[in-house]
Ligand binder design. Structure first.
Ligand code: SAH
Ligand code: SF4
Length: 393
């Protein structure tokens, strides 16, 4: 089983090359892509317009991989959360959020995350490994298949957000072919504006995304100044706010709707004051075409943080809107099944001791500059641990 190639791991180019390697014509890849991704078929024998000889070869050399579903929960509001077993004691979560006009799938890119943001449950779990393209795509394949099974008129997934577990831009090699499949008319056919990559700010990879597969970009800002962002998003010590905003500005000409979304998680007494809203407006004014999305913090016990009161979130939004920024407040969905932003923790074999690091950080005051900025930077340790992104097809 394991020597067979998982065809979910290929975009069209990759699959065409693989078909050639098998002594088949490249155009077979189009047929395969349509069977697998549009019709959700995993049984080569059922692919009736493929020659019998090709089907026989596929049965020997290929498979459409599957991940065991460890659990599936449906929320009262229609949100569905799957926990997939990716082997080695790691499990990742995927969430489907139905709304009146769309169905959004929140997809994971890593088992855990090494960035270690203070307010994020995934970050507290630590990092195990990058997901493969096949594992990223499987989440969409499975959800789409389940949501539309036996219901040809069902809408299923119309939007994908790379906002599940992990930092997608630390897994570029696997991410880019997965994004290409999402966009390919012969696979999922989603428009660029309906596929969003969210990042904590891996600056060089923002440029690479623009060059290789420019989809909608969301950047997790969370603070108006470096001292606070250093504490909340440790990657800031490597790529501070000014560099991050410059990268966002370079991205805008490639963005499907000419702006970048800035995400800001509202933490009680930490980043939610009127003064900080003015500071944020001052930071962004004239600098970046953007929309701001305020996310009410979804608490989990180990964070030691609490959600900003609704009135403060609204006051913060009001200041930004008066300053001319389109600002939205994210609706919290699926929190009864721990499926809301930042609550995805899956099950991760931490290889980073993030848990201990964050437990120690919890004891530190959250305001004020960190001693030795950039020195002993966990982001550097992270770089050493993470395999370099492979060249993309
Ligand atoms: N690693 C990427 C994408 C996954 S996190 C990133 O950080 O952007 C997706 C979004 O959820 C990010 O904006 C993140 O800041 C936010 N988030 C994380 N923990 C959260 C929490 N506990 N409550 C609310 N939002 C959270
Ligand atoms: Fe990683 Fe994003 Fe969570 Fe930060 S918010 S720890 S980057 S998943």
């Amino acid at each position: 089983m394991s020597d067979r190639t998982d065809l979910l791991g290929f975009d069209l180019e990759g699959l065409a090359a693989w078909c050639e390697g098998l002594g088949e014509k490249r155009f077979r890849a189009v047929q395969l892509l349509q069977w697998i991704h549009q019709r959700g078929e995993s049984d080569f024998d059922a692919m009736s317009d493929l020659a019998r000889s090709l089907r026989a070869k596929l049965a020997v050399h290929a498979r459409v991989g599957s991940l065991p579903v460890l659990s599936r929960h449906a929320s009262a509001d229609g949100t569905v959360k799957w926990l997939f077993d990716v082997g080695g004691g790691d499990a990742v979560e995927t969430v489907f959020i139905p709304e009146d006009d769309r169905g959004t799938l929140c997809v994971s890119s890593q088992a855990g995350c090494a960035v270690g943001c203070r307010f994020c449950s995934t970050g507290h779990q630590g990092f195990s490994r990058n997901l493969t393209t096949a594992e990223i795509v499987y989440q969409l394949w499975h959800a789409q298949r389940e949501l539309t099974a036996g219901r040809p008129d069902a809408r299923g997934v119309t939007n994908v957000v790379m906002m599940g577990m992990g930092e997608p831009l630390q897994n570029m090699g696997a991410l880019v072919p997965a994004l290409r499949l999402m966009l390919d008319d012969r696979a999922y056919g989603l428009s660029r504006r309906r596929v969003t990559v969210s990042t904590s700010g891996v600056v060089p990879m923002i440029d690479r995304l623009a060059a290789e597969c420019p989809v909608a970009l969301a950047v997790s800002l969370h603070a108006p100044d470096d001292a606070l962002r250093d504490h909340l998003v440790p990657l800031n010590r490597k790529y501070p706010i000014a560099e991050l905003l410059d990268a966002c500005r370079r991205y805008v000409p490639h963005a499907p709707r000419d702006f970048v979304t800035l995400e800001y998680c509202m933490l009680d007494g930490v980043n939610d004051s009127a003064e900080q809203a003015h500071e944020l407006a001052g930071l962004l004014r004239g600098r970046l075409p953007c929309k701001i999305n305020l996310i009410p913090f979804n608490p989990f016990p180990a964070s030691g943080l609490t959600r900003s009161p609704r009135s403060r979130v609204e006051a913060f939004a009001d200041i930004l809107m008066r300053a001319g920024f389109v600002t939205t407040i994210r609706k919290t969905r699926g929190d009864d099944i721990d499926a809301a932003c930042g609550q995805l923790a899956g099950d991760v074999q931490d290889r980073t001791r993030a848990h201990e690091r964050l437990a120690a950080a919890r004891e530190m005051p959250i305001r004020g500059p960190l001693p030795g900025r950039r020195a002993g930077d966990p982001a550097s340790a992270f770089d050493a641990r993470t395999p370099p992104a492979k060249g993309c097809a």
